[in-house]
Design a protein around this ligand. Structure first.
Ligand SMILES: *Cc1c(COP(=O)(O)O)cnc(C)c1O
Length: 363
């Protein structure tokens, strides 16, 4: 069987070993005589899977006991609404750094809810080709929180260093780079990620939240299922969780652990991204990266060719050669290679070679 060179932005590549294990266990999970999808979410077997996934994530990211790990639904997109609902009262301002489409969407939800908002910094003027300098951030004493998008999946930029804000009320959407490198968890009040990029299949959203924040959620006017404290009090089992997604998440986390943990994965990620950025940088402008160098993402590599026609030719020949998912997002065009944890080094090496050959033949 030949596996595709999968550079999809999300849902994206999963580790082959994880898929194989899931296949082996599909009809009979742990001698239960049923699939993991058929287990009660209140059964011991499922609770073990659920708790193991939480504890593996805590281990892998070095999450202190002052934080909780929640498994929610609704994707990262529902977090855009839950955050202002739960954490902004009438006097507080939700402060946002705009670095792309996802941060714009997060801000939009706070506005729909009628909360006060501010823009701490934005790189919109340069078509989101960079992360603003920490010194450019405009913070005010009324900030309920500062919200950032740690890796901008569509534009291909990534924060290298995180701001410290008052009360450490920093909230980050880490959908496209969680678990790709070690993190200073204590800088954050909360971080969250839809699973379908670096953590597993779609369906589960991981939230890592500082416990003291849970006590600040106002007691009224928030629907039960949209309150963080509801899920915390019930160990994320208030209602039926996405059991199969959590099972797969658990397997992906175990896979990362077996590979030496997040620091080791980070080293491989740097090597993988360098393969492709090097081709861009040494191409004399044949390939043009979208992000400025010190803002480049190691997870989503965005680039253009010299004309739209040439980009089209590149994408169509790449497709024929077995590369999947290299089209840029519909809102920006061009090309994008997402090199998440589960994308093998060999796939990046193959893409590097393809890019070199294409340049040779078309310059
Ligand atoms: C994919 C993505 C989202 C959207 O996630 P959903 O789970 O589809 O809601 C939000 N933010 C970032 C940074 C993403 O990459």
């Amino acid at each position: 069987m030949k596996r595709a060179y999968n550079f999809n932005a999300g849902p994206s590549a999963l580790p082959l070993e994880v898929l194989q294990q899931a296949q082996e266990e599909l009809l009979n999970y742990n001698e239960t005589g049923m699939s993991v999808m058929e287990l009660s979410h209140r059964s011991n077997e499922f609770e073990n899977v659920h708790n193991e996934a939480q504890s593996l994530l805590k281990q892998l990211l070095n999450i202190p006991d002052t934080y909780e790990v929640l498994f929610l639904q609704g994707g990262a997109s529902l977090q855009f609404s839950m955050i202002p609902m739960n954490f902004l009262n009438d006097e507080q301002i939700g402060n946002y750094v705009l670095t792309g489409v996802w941060s714009e969407k997060a801000l939009k939800e706070a506005k729909i809810l009628g909360r006060s908002t501010a823009i701490a910094a934005s790189s919109k003027e340069t078509n989101y080709d960079r992360i603003p300098d920490l010194s450019e951030l405009n913070l005010t004493p009324d900030d309920g929180y500062l919200h950032i998008t740690s890796s901008n999946t569509i534009f291909g930029t990534q924060w290298r260093e995180f701001p410290r804000v008052k009360g450490d009320l920093l909230i980050a959407d880490m959908s496209s780079d969680i678990l790709s490198k070690p993190l200073p968890i204590e800088n954050f009040a909360m971080l969250y990620a839809g699973a379908q990029k670096n953590l597993g299949p779609s369906g589960v959203t991981v939230v890592i939240i500082r416990k003291d924040l849970l006590a600040t959620v106002p007691s009224h006017q928030i629907p039960t299922v949209l309150r963080y404290d509801t899920h915390s009090k019930n160990n994320s089992l208030y209602n039926t969780p996405p059991t199969f997604s959590i099972y797969m998440l658990n397997k992906v986390l175990q896979w990362v652990k077996d590979r030496g943990g997040v620091a080791e994965i980070a080293k491989t990620n740097e090597l993988k991204a360098a393969l492709i950025y090097d081709v861009i940088d040494e191409s004399n402008g044949f390939y043009k990266g979208h992000a400025v160098k010190n803002s480049r993402s190691l997870m989503n590599i965005t680039f253009n060719l010299q004309s739209e026609d040439l980009s089209k030719k590149f994408l169509s020949e790449a497709k024929e050669a077995g590369f999947v998912g290299l089209n840029g997002h519909r809102s920006v065009g061009g090309c994008r290679a997402s090199t998440y944890n589960a994308v093998p080094y060999e796939a990046c090496k193959a893409l590097q070679q393809f890019m070199l050959n294409f340049k040779q033949e078309n310059q």
